[in-house]
Structure formats: structure tokens, C-alpha cells
Design a protein around this ligand. Structure first.
Ligand code: ZN
Ligand code: ZN
Length: 146
């Protein structure tokens, strides 16, 4: 299967080695991508292990994942920009047959060679009507999930 974070790479050559603790992320962007894939696959444990413990408790994360797993379908990740400690991205998802976008600037921290999600700033963003619909229909958003 394709990796949830990528349209071209397979899961086994992208995020799976990180999820299985065979590799560690070498950049904040790589960690961010693997966390997106973990959201898409419902891997709450991985999200917990890669979140700065100051940010959220284990219970909060596990509860958030178990809720969103049932309601949300993650469709597509677009990384807008990334620097050493910060990644700006848009993540498209479906909820109740409607298309939404999560636009966030995330901050990451490296502790002893390992990257952690530290905090995020949500930005409001409209879905562009002329991009291919993230649902994969092949139609533009305005002719599909507007
Ligand atoms: Zn991936
Ligand atoms: Zn669509």
C-alpha cells in the first residue's frame, strides 16, 4: 500500500520503519510525516511516543486518536514548508462526507537525537477549488467535494 503521507512511496519504504521503531526520524519534516501517517492509521502509541510529554498526556492522546479514528478519514498531506524545527502543512480529511483541511505550523524539538512534536499553531485556510480533490476522484474540488 502507499504510505498515507505520500502519493509515490510505499508504506514499507516510507513511514513503516519509523512506526516499528526500526529507524528514527532524521528531520522534523520526516517526523511530521510519520505522525500524519500514524493519525491516518490510528497508531496512538506512536503519536504518544513522539510528542513532547509537556504538551499532552498519554490519556489525552490515546483518547483523541480513538475518537478521530472513527470519525475522520485522512486523505492527503501537503507539506508547505519546513525548516529545522518547524513544519507548515495542510492535511485534508473527510468527516461526515465533507472535505476539510487542517492547516498547521508545528514546532518540533530534538532531545538527545530524537525528534518530538512540541506544539502547533492552527491557521485558518480555505480549500482551493481548483486543486484535484484529495478524495482521489480525479475531479477538481469544485466539481467534487467542493
Ligand atoms: Zn510516509
Ligand atoms: Zn472529492
Amino acid at each position: 500500500m502507499n504510505c498515507p503521507c505520500s502519493k509515490t512511496l510505499s508504506y514499507s519504504e516510507c513511514c513503516e520503519p519509523l512506526h516499528k521503531n526500526k529507524n528514527v526520524a532524521t528531520s522534523s519534516e520526516q517526523l511530521m510525516r510519520s505522525r500524519y501517517s500514524a493519525y491516518a492509521l490510528g497508531l496512538g502509541e506512536y503519536l504518544y511516543e513522539t510528542t513532547d510529554p509537556k504538551f499532552a498526556s498519554r490519556e489525552e492522546i490515546v483518547e483523541y486518536i480513538s475518537q478521530s479514528k472513527e470519525q475522520l478519514e485522512w486523505l492527503q498531506l501537503d507539506v508547505i514548508s519546513s525548516s529545522k524545527n518547524r513544519v507548515e502543512f495542510k492535511a485534508y480529511y473527510m468527516e461526515d462526507e465533507k472535505l476539510f483541511v487542517l492547516h498547521e505550523k508545528s514546532e518540533f524539538i530534538n532531545i538527545d537525537g530524537k525528534w518530538f512534536y512540541e506544539s502547533g499553531e492552527l491557521l485558518t485556510s480555505k480549500i482551493e477549488r481548483n486543486i484535484p480533490c484529495p478524495c482521489g476522484s480525479g475531479k477538481k474540488v469544485k466539481k467534487c467535494h467542493k
